[in-house]
Design a protein around this ligand. Sequence first.
Ligand code: A3P
Length: 293
Amino acid sequence: MEARPRPDLFDFHGVGMIKEFTENWDNIQNFKARPDDILIATYTKAGTTWVSYILDLLYFAHMGPDRQTSIPLHDRVPFLEICKPPLPLGTDLADKLPTTPRLIKTHLPVQFVPKSFWEQRCRVVYVSRNAKDNAVSYFHFERMNCAMPEPGDWSTFLQNFMEGKMVFGSWYDHVNGWWEKKETYSNFHYMFYEDLIEDCGREIDRLCSFLSLSPSPEEKERVKASVTFDNMKQNKMTNYSTFDTMNQTISPFMRKGKVGDWKNHFTVAQNEQFDEDYKQKMKYPDLKFHYEI
Ligand code: A3P
């Protein structure tokens, strides 16, 4: 695969962005959400694809195997802010979704979410992941995806991560901002990647209770079996093998799927510096992450 030019990161209303996510800004901001839409919001690499697939199966597995084997997940759950010609705009894909509810994915920090989602009282599922594993996963993602800025080496990347010089901005602002929203917006389910790893069945139950879904035990087992790391890695509809900007020989999209891989990347000094900085940036004592399980 030939090397392609990488996009530049720039400051967009105080948040790091690349053109791919700002070019369609007016349509994003004017997006017309519907009351039954479900917004899946995450910081990049927090488990978006996993939760999107769980929700897609919970709602639409009954539509039969064709949908599951012929429509890539990123078309079933459009990425609202994406603008990457010749691919369709995220807003257009979402507008044209034939399903109800519409499942819509975003990585936007909370202050950028189109206001219609709040006005329509849409349900929101936010997935977050501990900062260290999130950073590691993001690093490998930027290495393999030429649609993202060049990550540099690990220590450069980590420094940028701590300074919030990332696409979609600072991890700290993102998880804190969405946490704050949860305090005032009730149609909200805040979940953690680490909880999914610990007990996926329990997390599916929690999602179902939030969404007022009651799958049969067999249906639930089928969802659980389909969304294991190994099955999603094999599944061409969920492993992003259809995306030509991703060079999966550098690092696969479905990379490790673990809690604690950061220990294989952080030096002792990096870890100490990170922990010190983390304390300054995390505002809410109740927002706690697991760094190992
Ligand atoms: P790693 O790079 O640590 O392996 P996103 O979908 O937000 O881009 O997140 C991708 C991360 O979620 C990757 O993390 C990927 O492997 C992990 N992931 C996706 N599906 C998963 C699953 N079924 N089980 C565990 N991890 C999963």
